[in-house]
Design a protein around this ligand. Sequence first.
Ligand code: GLU
Length: 545
Amino acid sequence: MDFNALAELLFPETTQTRDDMEKRFPKRELPENACVTRIGPSPTGFVHLGNLYNAIIAERLAHQSDGVFYLRIEDTDNKREVEGAVETIINSMAFYDVLFDEGATSDGDKGNYGPYRQRQRREIYHVFAKWLVGQGLAYPCFLTEDELSAIREEQEKNKENPGIYGKYAEKSRSLTLEQIKENIAAGMPWVLRYRGVETDEYISVNDAIRGKLEMPRNNMDFVLLKSDGIPTYHFAHVVDDHLMRSTHVIRGDEWISSLPMHVELFRVFGWEMPIYCHTATLQKLENGGKRKLSKRKDPELSLEFYQQEGFYQAAVWEFLLTILNSNFEEWRIADPDSSYLDFKFSLDKMSNSGALVDLDKLNNISKEVIGRMKPSEVYEKWLGWCEKYNAQFAELLKKYPERTKNALGVGKSGNNPRKDITSWKQACDFMSFYYDETFKIFDEMPAEVDEATRKLFFEKYIAGYDHSDDQSAWFEKVKAITEELGFAAKPKDYKKNPEQYKGSIVHITNMLRIALTGHSNAPDIWEISHVLGKELSENRLRKWA
Ligand code: GLU
């Protein structure tokens, strides 16, 4: 067979060569050890937490080393493509401050190694496909769907590996140039297959996360180009990551099984392989065991979930960094004030067993992250979220900016500042008592205080209340009324001799807390009264007097 004639027949319009491509996409001039990384999401409309997880690794590796981080849209599978999905990916990454140096953007491409959308790189793939055909390393295959299913059935019956190889490849491999010409002239669709070798060799790849991976060398005639001339993931990955000069390929471990095909292609092209980093599958705890997160069952797999629930972006980053690097938490404790970007991320500190997505952990991390922020910053971010997801609450925040910022400062002055906010959504519940518009009584008044005593307490409290009292003067007054009504001013006295008292100061302050906030569990009463102001506080108390 004249392979060059076949290459011309299959790719008459492809005139450029491998050399032309090497010149068009030269080696990048970067400092030594600079990493070039990318994410290659497919525009399916569903952006998952794993996309951000991998993006964080790639972004950190590139930007910690003065390298380049880019976005490549892997849209070779148009069956899965959903309208607007590229924008969704771009916007989700921007939302999490994942900043690309190059790649697809909402107004076209940025960078010299594009196009960054695979469907627009068709001509580039064809240059390499044509070269492979010319070398006798690839051939057109005209097998129909029916023929492919018959092969699959036979293989199942014989308990053989699925795929086109050995005797199953014979029919297509043995076509003559004439026959191929005739088939093409007759309009028969074809795919381009790699010509695999029968071998019992093994390949070995040093994965930066998994360590050494040993696998049988590829022996399959796998598809390089589909019948519409668009490449498969395997072919596109190798060509793109070579030409875009990626140094590291960070991707999910579901790709490990196709590694032999990728290694094979790097080998026949004579290209240096990138460093593979196969990341662990995201898992969750369930019934005492771990299981893979599922798109159908677990809303937390979708990145949208974190946006809708109002998790602050930095908290999600810190949560993922905690999962990614075993030393992140320790670093954060030692260095509470630095940006998470100051943490030195490293591939060596990654675990290769499953990555556990634990929302309780996220809540705890969020509390810490938001707890470290200034009230004015919390106000801005919270308002930003409300404007998109809770318009009614956004109105309240805009109507009462000062009160809100003061409320956000409650409990912040002591040695052990309060950390109450886990998400912007939760903040809308937790903070609702600061506004009459959303204030509601949730808890029952303590049963230890009968109705008459309760009324009496509120009358006395209001009568003696002086808004200018400092915290201790205020507390002395509360204690005095407590004793007057036959309650213990010290909880431990009540505990020791419960028969001598009607109850303790805990019951009294609970009443106050419920009257002011609707909850028996709330921040400091004196501070809250000052945030609400004299009039608003008294109005709430008067209802009980
Ligand atoms: N398009 C692939 C995916 O969405 C990307 C894998 C890669 O990063 O190479 O899984």
